[in-house]
Design a protein around this ligand. Structure first.
Ligand SMILES: [Zn+2]
Length: 266
């Protein structure tokens, strides 16, 4: 696994001099200095201490690391729009007895999302703004999941503004949640506990998501999401897929706009 940090900051001569001296490539676009540095670069600490802003972290895994894993996290990097109505969708979509008005956590979906139409073109998975754990699939993708006997999800219709079901957009909603994340090994930082509902919130993992193997003992699903909720507000859980679902995605070339990372099991 290679962890990359991308920085974007106001052009700064002192930082540019360091980057030049350390042979690190950079760009300046409209006055913004942009560069990426790998975490195992010997100058990473020196440079990150100088920059003093948060980086955008991305992880790269080798084909071997991906092929040898048994579970994976998955996320769509294609976002098609906002849930509607923009100011009322939380009340309209989730179980009102369970979510917290203060921190917006514990969103358990009971109703369908309403979204504007879009074209899949050559894609198979998408997500929504503000709800980035949601996965929606095309009808073709859903039929491949069914043929492959993928288990553990509910097919949820997706509606247009007139509350009619789309034929070609279906949400797949995981039925099971999984606990057992090792926070230290995953490099997950604690943010806060909501004073109203007590839910603890975390930053997304900076390292490889690591889960204790016992957590999978009674799991029969190929598609799950974490008990742990990420981000200060909202209810973002990480979606997890089995080797069987991963293989189905790869074999059928469905991974075009998915970010898939192997999970470390300890
Ligand atoms: Zn709360």
């Amino acid at each position: 696994m290679i962890i990359k940090h991308r920085y974007a900051l106001d052009t700064n001569r002192k930082i540019i001099k360091i980057l030049q001296k350390r042979n690190i490539e950079y760009n300046i676009e409209s006055g913004i200095l942009i560069f990426t540095i790998e975490e195992d670069n010997q100058y990473f600490d020196e440079i990150s201490n100088q920059v003093k802003i948060k980086s955008i972290v991305s992880k790269e895994f080798s084909r071997k690391e991906l092929d040898e894993a048994s579970w994976y996290s998955v996320r769509s990097i294609w976002t098609v729009g906002y849930p509607l109505p923009e100011d009322e969708y939380i009340e309209a979509t989730f179980d009102q007895n369970r979510y917290c008005l203060n921190c917006r956590s514990n969103q358990f979906q009971i109703n369908s999302y309403i979204i504007k139409p879009f074209e899949w073109k050559t894609r198979f998975f998408c997500t929504l703004f503000w709800q980035d754990r949601v996965l929606m699939v095309s009808a073709k993708c859903l039929s491949i999941l069914k043929e492959s006997q993928i288990l553990g999800y509910t097919e949820k219709p997706v509606l247009n503004k007139k509350k009619e079901e789309y034929d070609d957009i279906i949400q797949i909603l995981p039925n099971e949640l999984i606990d057992g994340i090792d926070y230290d090994a995953s490099r997950i930082e604690y943010i806060w506990a909501c004073p109203v509902c007590g839910t603890k919130k975390y930053f997304p993992p900076k390292g490889q998501l690591t889960i204790h193997k016992e957590a999978f003992n009674n799991i029969n699903s190929d598609y799950l999401s974490t008990v742990t909720q990420f981000g200060k507000y909202g209810s973002n859980r990480i979606n997890i897929i089995s080797k069987k679902l991963y293989d189905t995605i790869i074999r059928n070339n469905l991974d075009k706009n998915l970010e898939i990372e192997p999970i470390k099991i300890i």
